[in-house]
Design a protein around this ligand. Structure first.
Ligand code: 1HN
Length: 345
């Protein structure tokens, strides 16, 4: 490369020679900075319980261990656009009401007796439930059970901050008042094909505040026995917004899939970045030649455009994976691409 002194003058004037950047700015295909990674539940849970004993919710607004991709530490993120964390709350505790423009949800792992209040509605939690806290909704947590409650938190803040659209506000009291019937959103829309006709869609988010595990199981029972499913994903179901039939929030698609015993999925890649959480079962996902072995309650990251395929390593039990991705963003921007791809290894 030439070292003409004129190059040294360019930064001072706020200019740069495109010909020296071209290959990095316009790669032939995406090269995610994120790496494939698994966060093992058996490593995470003792740390969570440790901090539940040593850190109060007056010291920390939320008691959360962030699942930080080793290649995305500053700012911390799990995949390029999305975040995952593990939160623990103890019996008798409350967590301060606040709101942010980032869309968020929780997927419940362990415990019972807690609820999140979302814009005046108490939303109760049981293992396997998906609870939405859409952007700018007030939310606070209360735990009235008798054992620690642990859940997976998901947010799109890496995307929202990249877009420089992040706002945050604390509620003036610790908890917001309850103004709606408990679990109103999930009860009113429980039937999915018979929705309240006196309401009209408000905003881009699903009005369902809680997708219960009981409902998910019913759907699997009704569907799985009569359907072949996908060669890539097995019996894969999307949580939908009943107003639109589309994803639950404008930036995040949530899915749950059942891999039958011995399932060996076909490989593929897509531009969407994905985070998986193991509801039950044991298996492995091969991602660009790296084998991620997983077991119940583990969480793992699959970067965008990485080739991957799922294996259920049990010959007797189903494996069930919950996942979320930024596919709605890719679709909305015309950037979604998906193709068969062999992750090798
Ligand atoms: C948040 O608001 C919660 O409300 C959990 O429980 C995790 C991580 C980053 C930013 C906001 C919650 C979060 C968060």
């Amino acid at each position: 490369m030439t070292t003409e002194p004129v190059y040294d003058e360019l930064p001072r004037h706020g200019v740069a020679p495109l010909w020296r950047y071209y290959g990095n700015l316009f790669p032939a295909q995406p090269r995610s900075r994120a790496v494939p990674f698994v966060w093992a539940w058996h490593d995470m849970r003792p740390h969570l319980l440790h901090f539940s004993k040593t850190l109060s919710l007056d010291e920390a607004e939320r008691r959360v261990l962030m699942l930080v991709n080793p290649a995305l530490t500053e700012p911390p993120a799990t995949v390029n656009t999305l975040y995952a964390g593990l939160q623990v709350i103890l019996p008798g505790e409350t967590a301060q009401a606040h709101r942010h423009t980032s869309n968020a949800f929780r997927f419940i792992i362990e415990g019972s007796g807690a609820w999140t209040t979302v814009d005046g509605e108490r939303v109760h939690m049981s293992p396997g439930d998906l609870l939405l806290t859409p952007g700018w909704a007030w939310h606070d947590h209360t735990h009235a059970g008798d054992a620690p409650m642990i859940w997976l938190d998901a947010l799109d803040y890496p995307l929202v901050n990249a877009l420089e659209a992040g706002f945050y506000e604390k509620y003036p009291e610790r908890l917001q008042p309850v103004t709606r019937p408990d679990d109103a959103g999930s009860r009113q829309f429980l039937h999915g094909r018979l929705n309240p006709a006196w309401q009209s869609p408000q905003g881009p988010n699903s009005p369902v505040t809680r997708y219960t595990w009981a409902e998910t199981e019913r759907a699997f029972d009704a569907i799985a026995d009569s359907a072949e499913g996908s060669d890539v994903d097995g019996i894969v179901l999307e949580y939908t917004n009943p107003w639109t039939g589309g994803p639950v929030m404008p930036t995040i698609s949530c899915r749950v899939q059942k891999l039958r015993p011995g399932f060996e999925g076909a490989g593929r890649r897509h531009t969407a970045s994905t985070i998986f959480h193991v509801v039950r079962g044991e298996g492995a996902t091969i991602v660009d030649g790296t084998r991620l072995d997983w077991a119940q309650h583990d969480t793992f990251a699959v970067p965008g455009w990485a080739a991957y395929r799922h294996l259920n390593t049990s010959t007797s039990a189903d494996a069930v994976l919950f996942s979320y991705s930024d596919q709605p963003v890719m679709n909305a921007l015309g950037l979604y691409r998906c193709e068969p791809a062999d992750p090798a290894a």
